[in-house]
Design a protein around this ligand. Sequence first.
Ligand code: SF4
Length: 282
Amino acid sequence: MSMDTTQAEMRRSFEQYFRQNRLPHLWCPGCGNGTALKCIAEAIEGMEGFSQDNTVIVSGIGCSSRGSGYMDFDTVHTAHGRAIPFATGIKLARPELNVIVITGDGDCTAIGGNHFLHGCRRNVDLTVILFNNNIYGMTGGQSSPTTPPGKMTATAPYGTIDRPLDACRIAEAAGATYVARSTAFHVKHLTQMIAGGLKNHGFALIEAMVQCPTAYGRKNKMGSPAAMLTWMKDSSVMKAAWDKLPPEKRTPEKFPIGLLYECAGEEYGMANAEIQRRAGGL
Ligand code: SF4
């Protein structure tokens, strides 16, 4: 291949954004994490002012959190549930950097749930991409806070009875200024939702529904990864259509996707800079 062809191929596959010496990845065949990771790379590529040298990716612990190690940016793979505080510190110390968090449903809404709430309410300029596979995949398929009712997990062999958390509604209530959801089936749409979060000057949450065929799919007899993608397509409803649905049609099996909430709000780093100015540049 000529140099031009090679570069064109790299651009199309986005491989320049991935650490080749860390591949192949450890994810199971058919896992949705890789799709979401590619959407992040594509969204970054389309953002003016974003480069591999001024963008930091921070993750916690879990299958999805391994994504930071595969991406060729400045990356930090932190402790379980602690990605948002680490990212907050990076953003406050180096406000000129773009800071992205990759987290999972267990990492973000269980052990990291408190940090999630306070990141939202502070409106720190972070883009948090929550890979929601409805289960703890890495540790063997235990129930997570987003496991839907009645679903089988390693810790609920007769079906989950806990009511699930809706991370998007929590983010909105807690003070996030951009909240969106999409799925690994809606690749272009997911990329657009992430791009919107990158543009937002404040705390952005993008919930990316991703399939976990090994733990969630297998325990719930959901079929192949392709069948799980079809399930996502059939379960999701665009926000505009969702808003017109009568309450009885908003069943637990369905969920809205799109930009769910957006508002203006003072960004935490700007407020902190003002406090430092008042304190005499401490
Ligand atoms: Fe993906 Fe599930 Fe395998 Fe983890 S256990 S890599 S989430 S398919």
